[in-house]
Every structure is written in C-alpha cells, then in structure tokens.
Ligand binder design. Structure first.
Ligand SMILES: Nc1ncnc2c1ncn2[C@@H]1O[C@H](COP(=O)(O)OP(=O)(O)OP(=O)(O)O)[C@@H](O)[C@H]1O
Ligand SMILES: [Mg+2]
Length: 286
C-alpha cells in the first residue's frame, strides 16, 4: 500500500482527522497515568496510552481528571508534547477505525495563526517526524511519520473550499479564534490573527451574541468590512452563525467537502481545517 496521507487538526478540545477513508474525531483531553481503583471498561473515546515513554489517559476519561491539572492547555501554540500525543493517537485511531495499515504516515497539521512562525513550525515538525512507539489500551505498535507539513489554522480551512477574491475565515475553537484573510488564494498576514479566547475560556459560553461581538470587534481592527465574504468554521460554528451574520451579512457556514474518487462527503464545519490540511497534504506528499 502507498503511504497513508492525513490532515490532522489536533485541537485543544477535539482532534479532527481527514484522510482517504473518511473522517474521525476524538476528545483530546490528556492526563498523566494513575492507578485506578476501579477498572471500568474503556469507553469509545477512552485510551490508556504509553507513547515514547510517557504514560497517561486520553479521551473522556481524562476530561474527568481535568480539574487536577496536567491537561487542557488552551494556549495559542501547539509546539508542546501534548500535540505529539494527540497527533499519534489520532493516527492510531484512524487506523483502527478503518482497519488499515498505519505504519507509515505523512501528515499536515495545524498551528494557530499567531504562532505560525518558522521556529515553532520546526519544533512541531521535529517533534513529530520519525518512528514512535505506542501502546494503546494494551495494544503495542509503532508509527513512522515520514513527512510533516504545518499549516495555519483557519487559513488551512480555506483549502477545503478554495475560491478567488477576498475570503475571510473565522475558525472558533475551544481556546482560540483564528481569523484568516485570503485574497486570490494568497494568505494575507496583516489581515489575519489569532484571538486569545475560545468557547472554553469565555465568561459565558451560552452568550453567543457576546462571543460574536468579541469576534467582530477584533476582526474590525484587522480592517475587515461588514459586507466581506466570511466563512465560519469550528465546533460552535452552526450555533454561532446567526450571531456572526448580524455583523457580517454575507457570512457563510462552511460545508467542507472531502472527495476521494467518486466518493464525496460533505462534512460538518468543525472538519474544515482537517479537510483543508488533508488537501494540502495530498498536494505536498502524494
Ligand atoms: N453544539 C455545541 N454547543 C456548544 N459548544 C459547542 C458545540 N459544539 C462544539 N462546541 C464547543 O466548541 C469547541 C470545540 O470546537 P473545536 O473542535 O473547533 O475546538 P478545537 O479546535 O479543539 O480548539 P482550538 O482550535 O482552540 O485548539 C468546544 O469548546 C466545545 O465545547
Ligand atoms: Mg481548532
């Protein structure tokens, strides 16, 4: 089999994966290993792992350990070890889900716009490239990541539905909002930024009008105009959409399309980055 190619958006809340067989996602909470008094059966998302010598739990089980620290880094860089764990678990799960060989993989993954800089990109690339030993829920394997590309979150989503003219992408995540400007398929750094808030860090995540106001305030500083073509993606996109429309009348909810031969999947807006990353990965590594 030829090398597996994946787009992996290793979010602080949820990892999203797109590849030749379809999509996958899982909750990215991670905590350090501890002795469990009661060994419950593994939930669909629960993973006990040992990766390159680090032991821990990931998935829903780790969400409940969250309050004791060691997890939930809602930061604006992904150049840290949790990203490696998230990416490797994403690859492992993808192989399990679709019953495929996952020994060699080429990936494109993401980094918030604000930290999308050469040094950080190199750090992620060096951390991911090479052979990693994994044990997940007792199953031992090895994954070799042969190639790594790093795309900017939000800007990467653009490649899920590329179009000409001036396009703005708003990617609302758990800890960050990425706002990207693309003009005639060229990324415009001056009109793009990462805002340091997300659905898990706002005061009231039910007040979506306030979230939309905060986004509009920040994007207007980037000189975005009210009638710009704005594409909305991320986990909360569908619920937030009407509120964004009050500021950007021409806003659209992204419906990223994954196409493999004759097989076309129209995905939820949360998969926009992963699908964009996958398309970039195919262009670079196929
Ligand atoms: N239907 C929903 N209602 C409310 N919140 C939602 C809903 N769906 C998703 N969310 C929120 O969206 C966020 C997850 O979105 P997403 O997967 O885009 O974030 P992420 O990529 O993991 O985060 P980041 O980009 O900051 O790393 C979570 O904070 C989650 O609580
Ligand atoms: Mg995200």
């Amino acid at each position: 089999m030829s090398k597996l190619i994946l787009g992996i958006d290793a979010g602080n809340h949820t990892a999203k994966v797109a590849g030749p067989y379809g999509m996958d996602s899982y909750r990215t909470a991670i905590c350090d290993w501890f002795e469990r008094d009661i060994v419950e059966s593994h939930g669909a998302d629960d993973m006990e792992f040992e990766i390159d010598g680090r032991r821990g739990y990931a998935g829903t089980i780790a969400v409940y350990e969250d309050e004791f620290g060691g997890t939930g880094m809602y930061g604006d860089t992904k150049a840290h070890e949790d990203t490696k764990i998230r990416v490797l678990l994403a690859i492992y799960r993808y192989g399990q889900k679709y019953g495929i060989d996952i020994s060699e993989v080429a990936v494109v993954t993401g980094q918030p716009i604000v930290s999308h800089k050469p040094a950080e990109k190199t750090a992620i690339s060096e951390m991911l490239t090479g052979t990693h030993s994994l044990t997940v829920n007792g199953y031992e394997t090895a994954i070799t990541i042969t190639d790594v590309g790093i795309a900017a979150e939000g800007a990467g989503a653009f490649w899920a539905a590329p179009a000409g003219g001036t396009i703005r992408v708003i990617d609302v995540g758990s800890g960050t909002v990425n706002a990207a400007s693309i003009v005639d398929k060229r990324y415009i750094n001056n009109a793009s930024d990462t805002f340091n808030f997300g659905m898990e860090t706002v005061n009231n995540k039910n007040d979506l009008a306030a979230v939309a106001r905060a986004i509009a305030r920040n994007t207007s500083r980037l000189k975005w105009h009210r009638n710009d073509r704005v594409l909305l993606c991320g986990g909360i996109a569908a619920d937030l959409y009407p509120h964004i429309q009050t500021h950007y009348g021409a806003a659209e909810l992204m419906h990223p399309v994954l196409q493999e031969g004759n097989h076309v999947t129209v995905a939820e807006p949360v998969f926009a980055n992963a699908i964009g990353f996958y398309k970039l990965a195919r262009m670079s590594f196929a």
